[in-house]
Design a protein around this ligand. Structure first.
Ligand code: PHE
Length: 343
């Protein structure tokens, strides 16, 4: 029985076969079990000898069983792996082209502007979109009853409370944060999202983007402001463009100016001058107001500075001759798909 079982174990190829052999070995009617039972009929002096023979036979069979199990497991595993490998090969689909994403037009514009200003020696800074009234208005010399502070123009988070906060209405509060946290010289640009309670139309969305520039150093003059604006508008729109300043008023700059460029429409065929007055307004600018310097503890006798700010969306719109700004925040895939590499 033992020799026959051992041979069967050695040649078994499946788990089922092994289970059957194992059952035979462990069966209560197996020769081994029968012999064990018959022990009690033996004279006591023969029992140890026969007992240890039985024990040895059992141990050998168990070892053979273990070895067979290991062998059969490996056999079955490699058979299964081979079969599964065939499965994968059979079920492979032909490759499919997946569309990759594109950077949003605003992101592309912001990156171009950041590159441009960093190449001119500016650092890029950011500030919070939820601002304190102090940073958004007070420190910028926008007095309490200035119309821009009325609730209908700004999104307040807790209007009327003593420490009220709002969605910033421009990137200028970051001027304050920069001057509070750094000592001049400061050459920084601040791109970011800003919010106003505007009714959306072809040229306005309630959330849009601005880029703020701030320079504070010794001996900074209005000429530096003008040259910086000329340089960046030409770098962005092309050398054919002209920039000019027009007197304006902002509470946080003195003197203040709006800057305009020669009106351009750009398309796939390049940029050209459009009709009308021939000029289009881009943003606001001016020399940092002494009262603003006072709020951040910078000595206006030692330092002077300029700042300007403009809409990134508007610049993007002009470059691609976009008719309606409202498509920009819409996330319409048909529009987004066309944004790849337009700039
Ligand atoms: N913050 C102004 C606006 O939002 C623009 C501006 C920036 C004007 C810096 C002067 C200096 O319209």
């Amino acid at each position: 029985f033992c020799a026959r079982s051992a041979t069967m174990l050695q040649t078994a190829r499946t788990t089922e076969e092994l289970v059957a052999i194992k059952e035979q070995i462990h069966a209560r009617t197996s020769p081994l079990a029968t012999l064990s039972k018959a022990m009690r009929n033996l004279p006591p002096k023969d029992r140890p000898r026969v007992g240890s023979m039985l024990h040895e036979a059992r141990a050998e069979l168990e070892a053979a069983l273990k070895a067979a199990e290991t062998r059969v497991n490996e056999l079955e595993l490699s058979a299964r792996l081979a079969a599964e490998h065939d499965d994968i090969a059979n079920y492979l689909y032909p490759g499919r082209l997946r569309g990759t994403g594109a950077l949003h037009l605003i992101t592309q514009t912001r990156m171009i502007l950041e590159d441009l200003f960093t190449s001119m020696g500016f650092m890029v800074a950011e500030g919070p979109e939820v601002e304190t009234e102090f940073h958004n208005f007070e420190a910028l010399n926008i007095p309490k009853y200035h119309p821009a502070r009325a609730n209908q123009d700004s999104f307040y988070l807790n209007y009327g409370e003593p420490e009220s906060t709002l969605l910033r209405t421009h990137t200028s509060p970051v001027q304050i944060r920069l001057m509070q946290s750094r000592t001049p010289p400061i050459y920084a640009v601040v791109p970011g999202r800003v919010y106003r309670r505007d009714t959306p139309d072809a040229r306005h969305t309630p959330a849009f983007h601005q880029l703020e520039a701030l320079v504070v150093d010794r001996g900074i003059s209005f000429a530096h402001l003008k040259a910086t604006i000329e340089t960046f508008t030409r770098a962005y729109f092309g050398p054919g463009i002209q920039a000019r300043l027009r007197p304006a008023y902002f509470p946080f700059t003195e003197p203040s100016a709006e800057f305009e460029i020669t009106c351009t429409i750009c398309g796939g065929d390049g940029c050209r001058t459009c009709s009308g007055t021939g000029w289009i307004e881009l943003g606001g600018s001016g020399m940092v107001h002494p009262k603003v310097f006072a709020h951040v503890g910078i000595d206006p006798e030692e330092y002077s500075g300029f700042a300007f700010g403009f809409g990134i969306d508007r610049l993007a719109q002009m470059k691609v001759a976009l008719k309606d700004m409202r498509i920009l925040p819409d996330n319409d895939l048909r529009v987004l798909a066309q944004m790849r590499g337009v700039l």
